[in-house]
Design a protein around this ligand. Structure first.
Ligand code: SF4
Ligand code: SF4
Length: 358
């Protein structure tokens, strides 16, 4: 508790702001690529206390937001085929292209259960004896726990459980952002939890592209320290990957988690909402674990990316527009009645602005 309070200390924050104001002599535009950073920046009002010449924009950091409509619709096809669905709660309100969400299907009688660990899917499969699917959505952070479902089920000989292969990996999408000439940013606030698993070398290409890359935590002092560091790197023209979240992130990452990932999955291309198809940016089951791929098991194929009419999540996720620039923001699209996933997800860029303001 004391540890957290230290990272919320008003005097330290005030001193950091003062220093940023002193050193930020140009114009700066930085992007965070983590849903929890988006929420932390909104919740603590960081944008409002930074000088106006520093802009923070949200990138494709929330796993629910970047999951394309075709993958969401794949879940509804599993429900139609009678699978018991197990999922984290953040998927319950994401609308399919027909407008319905999992919460509504559950109310109508479908067997859809919120679980707190992917491994709970195995328990449900044993209890019900029915085909049970865990909705595996997330980046490197959650992918090892999702992969563990296949590992554990194989060890236990449980055959009636499977997983949607929706996990995505960060390096390739970061590469797309780096090559995007319209992006116009000078540094990244790098995702803390992803880096716990991957290690810090993930961000070397950013420094090589002449951008600041600072790994940091989720408290105001963390975020402000990272902004100051990025300002310094831009001012000096010397770019490097800086780990300012050493209390959690190590250089090499979590090698045990990396081994689990490499045992169960191999790299494969996948769709990203608003960005499109990116080669090698997803994780597919290796042949030895293919029987745990829900779409393989149920014979479901994904038809490519379909966008929700009117929703501008794609542009929000690339930092081209602010959430409030979307004409549906706050009118047709609210957290109670979301049109796109950036409003559904509790870590979505649109939900953050709706809740806390720009
Ligand atoms: S899992 Fe962690 S690092 Fe990834 S988006 Fe969520 S908070 Fe950020
Ligand atoms: S406000 Fe709603 S419709 Fe507009 S971009 Fe955000 S999620 Fe999509």
């Amino acid at each position: 508790m004391k540890l957290i309070e230290g990272f919320r200390d008003k005097d330290i924050c005030a001193a950091l702001i003062k220093q940023i104001e002193k050193e930020a002599t140009g114009r700066y535009r930085f992007m965070e690529v983590c849903g929890s950073h988006t929420m932390a920046i909104a919740r603590f009002g960081i944008k409002s206390i930074l000088p106006e010449n520093i802009e923070l924009v949200s990138g494709p950091g929330c796993p629910v937001c970047v999951t394309p409509q075709c993958e969401i619709d794949g879940i509804f096809k599993l429900v139609e085929q009678g699978a018991v669905i197990t999922t984290f709660g953040d998927m319950m309100k994401v609308p399919g292209s027909q407008g319905q969400n999992l919460q509504e299907l559950k109310s109508a009688g479908a067997d859809i259960r919120i679980v707190f660990s992917p491994l709970d899917a195995i328990k449900v499969a044993k209890e019900t004896g029915k085909e049970t699917v865990f909705i595996g959505i997330g980046f490197e952070t959650t992918a090892p726990a999702v992969a563990a479902v296949a590992l554990s089920a194989k060890q236990q000989g449980v055959k009636n459980v499977s997983v949607t292969p929706y996990n995505k990996t960060m390096p390739e999408v970061l590469g797309i952002l780096l090559d995007d000439e319209n992006l116009n940013i000078q540094g990244f606030v790098c995702p803390g939890h992803v880096t716990v698993v991957t290690g810090t070398s993930l961000y070397t290409p950013m420094a090589e592209h002449g951008m600041a890359a600072v790994i940091t935590g989720f408290e105001p002092v963390d975020v402000l320290t990272s902004v100051l560091e990025m300002v310094r790197q831009v001012n000096s023209g010397k770019f490097e990957v800086k780990n300012m979240y050493g209390r959690v992130v190590s250089e090499k990452g979590n090698e045990k988690a990396q081994n689990i990932l490499n045992t169960v999955y191999e790299k494969a291309g996948c769709w990203w909402r608003g960005i499109g198809w990116i080669d090698n940016s997803g994780l597919a089951f290796r042949p030895e674990y293919k029987e745990y791929d829900a779409f393989h098991k149920f014979g479901i194929s994904l038809e490519g990316e379909k966008e929700t009419p009117g929703c501008r999540c794609g542009e929000v996720l690339k930092g081209y527009i602010k959430a409030s620039d979307c004409p549906l923001f706050g009118s047709a699209c609210t957290p109670e009645s979301p049109v796109g996933p950036c409003m559904v997800s509790s870590e979505g860029a649109c939900a953050a602005v709706y809740k806390y303001g720009e």
